[in-house]
Design a protein around this ligand. Structure first.
Ligand code: ZN
Length: 511
């Protein structure tokens, strides 16, 4: 078996489906995670889509390790292709990825072009991309995607014929996307197999499967065993609609099937937490491998089996040992001074409390200091620290009081570095009024996210407590999370703002 080629599309397909797409600094963080995972190819963006994305692609292609393929997406137009070449030419191995639909349905109703016209556009675009990219860099590559390949069953002969011409024009990678997952994996894989058999053996065949029916991982893994070497996946399964193929699931499934893969699997869990935090797409508790429940056991029979096979690579009731993907051991996690941020995250999360990786990183020094004094910390001690550091953040700001005056007007009393402030703010509700009041006093922060939830009654006992979560951004663009709980939602909101302020100003002071 040839080694699989992991081609990550988080920064393009994943990013374009986010409610708030990433800016360049966010993209850099994800890019670094992908380098740590050791993926072989990264699609860094769609350069013609915006100036921001173009600039991000330029930066990332300059950062790429020498052996990594860096690609930019381009429609089959000269403008898109030129823009992609200009954006990614700094990489040692740049790749232009151009695409056009060849599905009868899509050509007729969306593209509004006859098949022969579509074929001409596709072949000419590939030739244009090849000629112009190779002028810049002889190591350059061209990838062509048959958009909606999964819908090409009835005209597969035409598609294969077109692909043969596209290969002659210089494409070395042919991607076959299941752009919308509509039916059984086997039908799709049979079509992939036909393409592989008909094209020259030097051509790399790739699959790109969306997860509309929840079978993208299965389709991708089986396509690999049928000869598709390039696997297009996204971190946390991000992407349009139900997402793209989940990177971690494919990597672990191939590993468990005895395939040697180049991926640094131990980086998976931390990467997943970072991506969840940055995308604001939380990890579902039942998500395979990375969900909070994914490796946990509740029933007595399962717990018994789990304990008896605890240190073995193959567990009675789990697909992997958690350490394979960098997770703490599920049956027991204690925190010692040697433990890291993911251990804090796991312990708090498993105890049923909300925490982000960013918060785990922030409280890590306090937990570590306690562990250095006491030794291995029990869960209850870590939870105590979590509560004092998250719901009652000490710092320069102290909220004394606030009250509603009239309409949208509120009065706030607080101290900053022991100096008292009594101020009013007007706004659409107390949160808005509070931020306006702070701004008039020189404390300029922006609200980027707000949510309300109630903490689990099972954990806190009867009578649920409102929890407010605010994400505040300072004037340098740094975002922090503030939480607070209180019987009154309004009080919880204002306390959350002051908790976030104390975090922001503490971090400013330590710089
Ligand atoms: Zn896609």
């Amino acid at each position: 078996m040839k080694q699989p080629f992991f081609y990550d599309i988080t920064l393009r397909d994943g990013n374009q489906a986010l409610k708030k797409p990433w800016l360049i600094d966010d993209k850099k963080i994800i890019f670094e995670k992908l380098v740590e995972l050791n993926v072989q190819g990264i699609e860094v963006g769609f350069p013609a889509s915006s100036e921001t994305d173009f600039n991000a692609c330029v930066e990332l292609s300059k950062l790429a390790p020498d052996s990594m393929v860096v690609s930019g997406l381009a429609r089959c137009t000269k403008n898109d292709i030129v823009s992609a070449i200009d954006a990614i030419k700094y990489a040692k191995i740049p790749r232009v990825h151009t695409f056009l639909t060849l599905s009868p349905f899509h050509m007729k109703y969306v593209l509004n072009k006859d098949p022969d016209v579509a074929r001409k556009i596709a072949t000419e675009s590939v030739k244009f991309a090849y000629d112009n990219l190779l002028k810049e860099n002889p190591k350059g590559q061209v990838q062509f995607s048959v958009e909606h390949f999964g819908d090409c069953r009835e005209n597969l002969d035409f598609v294969i014929d077109t692909l043969k011409e596209i290969v002659q024009m210089g494409a070395t990678v042919i991607n076959l996307p299941n752009t919308v997952e509509r039916c059984r994996p086997k039908n799709f894989i049979q079509m992939v197999e036909r393409v592989i058999n008909e094209l020259d053996k030097s051509v790399i065949v790739s699959v790109h499967n969306h997860n509309d029916l929840g079978m993208a991982t299965a389709t991708t893994v089986e396509a690999y065993f049928s000869g598709a070497i390039q696997l297009e996946c996204a971190l946390n399964g991000l992407g349009e609609r139900a997402g793209n193929t989940n990177f971690y699931e494919v990597a672990v499934a191939l590993h468990n099937s005895g395939i040697e893969i180049p991926i640094n699997l131990s980086k998976i869990y931390e990467t997943a937490l970072t991506v969840a935090q940055m995308s604001k797409v939380p990890i579902w508790e039942k998500a395979p491998l990375i969900g909070s429940d994914a490796l946990a056991h509740r029933s007595g029979i399962h717990q018994d089996g789990a304990l008896k096979t605890k240190d073995m690579e193959k567990g009675a009731y789990r697909p992997i040992h958690p350490s394979l993907i960098g997770r703490g051991d599920d049956e027991k996690i204690g925190f010692t001074s040697q433990s890291g941020k993911t251990a804090i995250f796991e312990i708090i999360n498993r105890a049923g409390y909300p925490i982000s990786l960013q918060e785990a990183i922030r409280i890590q020094p306090v937990v570590k200091e306690a562990a250095e004094k006491i030794g291995e910390l029990p869960t209850s001690k870590i939870i105590d620290i979590y509560f004092s550091e998250t719901f009652n953040v000490k710092g320069d700001f102290k909220l004394e009081n606030f009250r509603h005056i009239n309409d949208g007007k509120f009065e706030f009393e607080f101290t900053y570095k022991n100096q008292p402030y009594k101020t009013t703010g007007v706004g659409n509700g107390p949160v808005d009024a509070c931020l306006n009041a702070l701004k008039t006093n020189g404390f300029d922060v922006k609200l980027t996210h707000y949510e309300q939830s109630s903490l689990d009654e099972e954990i806190l006992g009867a009578g649920s407590t409102a929890m407010s979560v605010v994400h505040l951004e300072d004037n340098c663009g740094k975002e922090v999370i503030g939480r607070a709980r209180h019987g009154s939602t309004a009080v919880a909101n204002i306390k959350a703002i002051f908790n976030a302020l104390n975090i922001i100003y503490k971090e400013k002071a330590s710089k």
